[in-house]
Design a protein around this ligand. Structure first.
Ligand SMILES: [Zn+2]
Length: 414
């Protein structure tokens, strides 16, 4: 009895966690879609127009955003609020005009000192043309006495000080500006776990341009769990599918979600530099329909041995997924090896050893490892790699957990 209750609990917890991540993933996909134009074809966009008091200027989408975090020039806001400041261009403390309130901002750091208390920002402060830029959300959350507006469709930002009303006419009634945070009551960091900072690794090649993909800003956006009990909708098609660069050169076209594909490019650059040049991607995104077709094809094949459909499916279930239960539908995984077809023999190749020793640095995990068959429900697949981003991949590597174990672990530790 005790066992039944326990396993039921675990299943429902798993489902809740799975539902959470599916919802999370869909939201992230929508947000990514909204900003895709800004990220990947900046020239097509006119950029973000800032109106800060009487200062008006435009930044390109690329300059205005750090990942999906919109930045704003703090120097302009400080000028608007008549703050005084000390320090260097890199690291400065700003003082509110009529109070003891202060904020210390350092370029390259995500932590600001707000009235002496450490507060985390959504992105690192940036130094551009001698001016410090911080996330707009940070200004909105912690500054008082100013009006911040931001149009989500055009991305334009307006920061104004003072109020106009009938009695003031065209002369604004200025309020004191300052920072709403005290040393006695340190404020909670904004939504999202800011302790999830991906480790840095050194590479033989220069992969700095790929860091943003290997370590996506939205750390949890790539954790979707798809397996036999956590299924994916038949109609689900990921956003931003792009062609895989390092695909097998036999005329095939395979696709993957762009962030995962860029991270995979980085992995290939480093893997080639390590001398493993013959590994290529044989499969990426698979639609629901294609998975359905493959599963049926394999089943028919097994049935040639004279066994029933049910018996054949039992066998096929150990190496292929029924439609809606394949992670290939997420566009976040790929099959890669240097053999004529996917086989466990790939585990004997040196390239495989390199992959399992290094893939987490690029945000990938070996999805169906040896020894975890009972948990994943799949045989060992030395060829199947899944993108989750570097932070989680490194954690899973450190904890020696497969995705099912890790998601349960995250659920228990929340
Ligand atoms: Zn696969």
């Amino acid at each position: 009895m005790g066992n039944t209750t326990k396993s039921q609990k675990r299943v429902s917890a798993k489902n809740t966690v799975a539902t959470f991540f599916i919802v999370f993933f869909v939201l992230a996909a929508v947000i990514c879609g909204m900003f895709a134009m800004d990220f990947f074809s900046g020239e097509k966009h006119s950029g973000v127009t800032y109106t800060i008091g009487k200062t008006v200027y435009t930044l390109s989408a690329k300059e205005a955003y750090d990942g999906d975090t919109l930045l704003v020039c703090f120097d302009d806001i400080a000028a608007l609020c008549e703050m005084t400041e000390t320090g260097s261009a890199q690291s400065r403390t700003f003082f509110a005009a009529n109070s003891e309130q202060s904020i210390a901002i350092e370029a390259g750091s995500r932590t600001a000192l707000l009235n002496g208390s450490k507060v985390d920002m959504l992105a690192k402060a940036k130094l551009r043309d001698g001016k410090l830029y911080v996330p707009l959300a940070f200004v909105e959350q912690y500054m008082s006495g100013i009006a911040v507006s931001h149009s989500t469709d055009k991305g334009d930002v307006q920061v104004l000080r003072g109020e106009y009303n009938a009695s003031t006419k065209n002369n604004p009634l200025y309020q004191d500006t300052g920072f709403t945070g005290t040393a006695e009551a340190p404020l909670d960091p904004p939504e999202g776990s800011l302790d999830k900072v991906a480790p840095t690794y050194s590479f033989v090649t220069d992969l700095s341009a790929y860091e943003q993909y290997m370590c996506p800003e939205d750390t949890d956006a790539y954790l979707i769990l798809v397996n036999r009990s956590a299924t994916i909708d038949a109609g689900y098609v990921p956003d931003n599918l792009v062609e895989i660069t390092n695909v097998r050169q036999d005329g095939r076209t395979e696709r993957m979600v762009e962030t995962a594909e860029k991270a995979l490019q980085a992995l290939y650059i480093e893997m080639r530099a390590a001398g493993y040049t013959d590994v290529s991607v044989t499969s990426g995104y698979r639609s629901y329909e294609k998975q359905e077709y493959l599963y049926n094809l394999y089943t028919e094949n097994e049935m040639k041995a004279g066994i029933s459909r049910a018996e054949a499916q039992k066998i096929v279930d150990t190496y292929s997924a029924q439609a809606g239960t394949s992670e290939h539908q997420t566009g976040l995984c790929c099959d890669m090896h240097n053999l004529s077809s996917a086989s466990q023999r790939f585990a004997n190749e040196e390239a495989y050893t390199w992959l399992i020793e290094n893939c987490y640095k690029f945000g990938f995990i070996l999805r169906f490892p040896e020894g975890k068959e009972d948990i994943t429900g799949y045989s060992f697949e030395p060829w199947h790699y899944r993108f989750v981003g570097r932070y989680h991949a490194s954690e899973m590597h450190r904890l020696d957990m497969c995705l099912e174990e890790y998601i349960a672990y995250l659920g228990e530790n929340e």
